[in-house]
Write a new protein. Structure first.
Length: 572
């Protein structure tokens, strides 16, 4: 019987899948497009229909339909599998819960909690009345799976325990917490909004207190970070909005769940919410792949303005166009849509570039000359500095000078003193890892095979020989680093490898194919590095170094040719 991966690949061509995301142009027997994974002016991203793969000559991104959907949508392998299975009409047969991976167990548990909260909402007239008063329709409640956590210490946990989950799993999913030796439900007496990943799977919750909040009882309570939920990588509503963002070519960004639900309910289906947290670079990259235009629709109060400033700084520095909708004072998107939808639409129509927006706000304050200069320097110039384009910076400097009467030369002098470090950006942002889906599908499958077969009693692969060969290709240090890094996502990699190869009688041919592909990539990388050194040696007229490097280039070229022949002989 064919595996789900094989069935999906039989039904979906790579042209069909990638063509739904990018505009592909004919390039001989292949197709090309501008790479979605790095900025470029001319297309270097090529798709091969015959091989069912893609490769970018600019950044090295490569893989098949699964790795593309993973990288583009920001999903793990299971999320990409479910997304493509739904599109291909392939049924994914549920596994026995006892043998599911930890990640799948937690996702199943969270979905069970969603069902519990939905059932509880139907039994609570007070919560239903609150949602009705806020303008949320029954259809929206059902569609977005809004629920209610009853005012009980253990109701949710007991329901999940009855469904076969353990107390430890409930805690690791962020549904319970322990204090002073007592364990109880994290969410109580709250309207519950499930937070979904890009594939539409519940990964966390945001709960709005139904009653009086205080310093001890916050108005909104969000799930903690878990193995399936990273706050910086999830946008509320992204799973529903992504196609509409691509179609309309801009994203509407709001802060909270109520704002988002009312926007979608009113027909603004390209809206996503940051769920009350600062906009992150990871979230920005998710949106930028779909459109480079963002419209911020935040509350018309000081907190809302500060939130838009933090978000805009990241977007501007990445070359995105950022606009702000000026809502009437004292209003938020949800309230304005409910009370005066035409005025909300007018606010969107009158939106302006964020620098123009804050320039107008500073002018409206009618400051004295010294206050005006200070405000422009401290509140406006940092966002001019964040602009990626020097042409745009010149344009806005001229506008500011004309509007305020401040000399443009003085503005330029102050601008030069401002670092382009973006306000709100983290100094510890993670760099791309060896196992990033956009880099090496081959390395992910190698690690998956290694972990999978290491666990098996009856193996279809000589694990020791496989590990030794991996060390020979990458070197001991690099291969060790690869395996260490892969441990963090071991279950996911095993599932991916099993999905690809579980119907094979022997894994030796597949392992050989993967190792040859990895060695070819490794040799090509070394050849490129040596060729760069050779060019430097030639410019520096270092004859001895040039001779050594030229010899190494010839050696690596021969080796690359031999590896290609090996792959051809093996019909790879």
């Amino acid at each position: 019987m064919s595996s789900p991966v094989e069935l999906i690949k039989e039904r979906l061509s790579i042209t069909e899948v990638i063509g739904a995301y990018l505009g592909l142009e004919k390039a001989g027997s292949n197709l090309k497009a501008k790479c979605p994974f790095h900025n470029e002016r001319t297309p270097s991203f090529f798709v091969s229909p015959s091989r069912g793969s893609y490769y970018c000559f600019g950044c090295g991104a490569k893989g098949d339909i699964f790795s593309f959907v993973q990288a583009f949508e920001g999903l793990d392998f299971m999320g990409a599998l479910k997304t493509l299975a739904a599109r291909a009409g392939v049924e994914l047969i549920p596994e026995n819960p006892r043998v599911r991976t930890e990640r799948e167990r937690l996702l199943s548990l969270l979905d069970t909690a969603v069902l519990f909260f939905q059932k509880s909402l139907g039994e609570n007239t007070h919560a239903l009345a609150y949602l009705s008063k806020r303008g949320i329709s029954d259809e929206t409640i059902q569609s977005w799976r809004v629920g209610f956590a009853p005012d009980s210490w253990h109701a949710c946990s007991e329901f999940c325990l009855q469904k076969g989950f353990t107390a430890d799993e409930i805690a690791r999913a962020g549904l319970s917490k322990t204090e002073k030796g007592k364990t109880y439900d994290r969410f109580r007496s709250r309207v519950m909004f499930p937070i979904f990943d890009s594939a539409g799977r519940a990964v966390a919750f945001s709960g709005r207190i139904l009653g009086k909040e205080s310093e001890q009882i916050p108005k909104y309570l969000n799930s903690p970070e878990t193995s399936v939920f990273s706050k910086s990588r999830v946008l509320y509503g992204f799973d529903r909005a992504k196609n509409e963002i691509r179609r309309k070519d801009f994203t509407m960004l709001v802060e909270g769940q109520m704002d988002l639900l009312m926007c979608h309910q009113a027909g603004f289906k390209n809206t996503v919410a940051s769920s009350g947290t600062a906009f992150t670079r990871e979230q920005l990259e998710m949106l930028k792949r779909l459109s480079k235009r963002v419209l911020m629709v935040y509350d018309a109060d000081k907190a809302g303005i500060q939130a838009s400033l933090r978000s805009a700084s990241l977007a501007l520095s990445s070359g995105m166009e950022v606009k702000v909708a000026a809502l009437p004072a004292g209003s938020d998107p949800a309230e304005l849509i409910l009370k005066d939808l035409p005025r909300f639409k007018e606010s969107l129509r009158l939106s302006s570039h964020i620098i123009d927006f804050y320039l107008a706000a500073i002018q409206a304050e009618k400051l004295d000359e010294r206050g005006l200069v200070r405000s422009v320097r401290d509140r406006l110039l940092p966002y001019v500095a964040a602009l990626e384009s020097s042409i745009e910076r010149d344009h806005f400097l001229n506008r500011i000078a004309t509007a305020t009467g401040i000399r443009e030369e003085a503005l330029r002098e102050d601008l030069a003193k401002i670092s382009r470090v973006v306000p709100g950006a983290r100094a510890d942002e993670k760099k791309e890892t060896m196992l990033s889906p956009r880099r090496h599908l081959v390395e992910r499958l190698i690690c998956g095979l290694y972990f999978w077969q290491s666990r098996e009693e009856k193996r279809m692969l000589d694990v020791a020989a496989f590990e030794k060969e991996l060390g020979r290709i990458l070197g001991k240090e690099r291969s060790g680093r690869l395996i260490t890094e892969a441990r963090a996502v071991e279950d996911e990699l095993i599932f991916q490898a099993e999905s690809y190869y579980r119907t094979h009688e022997s894994l030796e041919p597949s392992a050989c194919e993967l190792l040859l592909a990895l060695e070819e990539d490794t040799v090509r990388e070394e050849l490129e590095a040596v060729m760069k050194e050779l060019a430097l040696a030639e410019r520096g007229k270092d004859a001895q170094k040039r001779s050594l490097l030229l010899s190494r280039c010839q050696e690596l070229t021969r080796k690359l040719h031999e590896l290609k022949n090996k792959r051809a002989d093996a019909n790879i």
